[in-house]
Design a protein around this ligand. Structure first.
Ligand code: IMP
Ligand code: MG
Length: 224
């Protein structure tokens, strides 16, 4: 699988199940929801902070330890889905303790097809060395899983390319918006159905550098 430029569109709808008051997205681990605490020094375009820098640090460290255990003997290929994943991936790989043997880190590019919430066709640029796919255990790292179309498509390509396993870790999961039948294996936080920015996520290429996750003020989104 040298290079593939592909287009795909959303599959049919899917609802998360609810058990014991917890929304389940076919995973057994509990996933934290948005906090109510407001951080200091919040950007003026942010309506409210959903996940603070401190909450993120704590959560990513937990994920890092879980993933280090899962991949300790698997020579994993950690494959970040650019651009939004860059902050999460950098923190996550440093939280992989102890460092898995043979850990390899790479990135692929998935072009965004919207600036806020309109769905549509998805264009992906994809180029990975075949020896990093065939027979390898791949961990796809996403900033946020929304409709799920991006990850479903990438996972299919990697499995077709002969990957031994493909698992997904998403920093944020918006299960309410899922269109493709796909569930992340690991999730940082469950996110309400709002457009959020920070920690690598953007709106029109802005706000990626904010160290927390925040909901944008409505008039900012409306002005686009
Ligand atoms: P999907 O899961 O295929 O719908 O697409 C996920 C991608 O859409 C993410 O990797 C982001 O680039 C983008 N995205 C979805 N929701 C948001 C959001 O709330 N803020 C910023 N980007 C988002
Ligand atoms: Mg992304």
């Amino acid at each position: 699988m040298r290079t593939a430029h592909s287009r795909c569109s959303a599959a049919s709808g899917l609802q998360p199940s609810v058990r014991n008051g917890l929304k389940l997205t076919r995973r057994t681990r509990a996933v934290p929801h948005a906090s109510q605490t407001q951080a200091a020094n919040v950007h003026p375009d942010i309506d409210r902070v959903l996940f603070t820098e401190e909450a993120i640090r704590t959560r990513v460290n937990v994920l890092g330890r879980e993933l280090a255990e899962e991949y300790k003997d698997k020579k994993p290929v950690v494959l970040g889905v650019l651009k939004g994943c860059f902050v999460f991936t950098a923190d996550l790989v440093r939280a992989l303790q102890p460092v898995p043997n043979g850990l390899y880190i790479d990135f692929i590019r998935a072009s965004s097809y919207r600036s806020s919430s309109t769905a549509g066709d998805l264009t992906l640029s994809f180029s990975v060395r075949p020896d990093l796919v065939e027979g390898r255990h791949i961990l796809l790292v996403e900033d946020i899983i929304d409709t799920g179309v991006t990850l479903q498509f990438l996972r299919g390509l990697l499995l077709k390319g002969g990957a031994a396993s493909v698992k997904l870790v998403a920093f944020l999961d918006k299960p309410e918006r899922r269109k493709a039948e796909i569930y992340p294996d690991y999730v940082g936080f469950e996110c309400p159905n709002e457009y959020v920015v920070g920690y690598g996520l953007d709106f029109d290429e802005k706000y990626r550098s904010l160290p927390y996750i925040g909901k944008l003020k409505d008039h900012i989104i409306g002005s686009k």
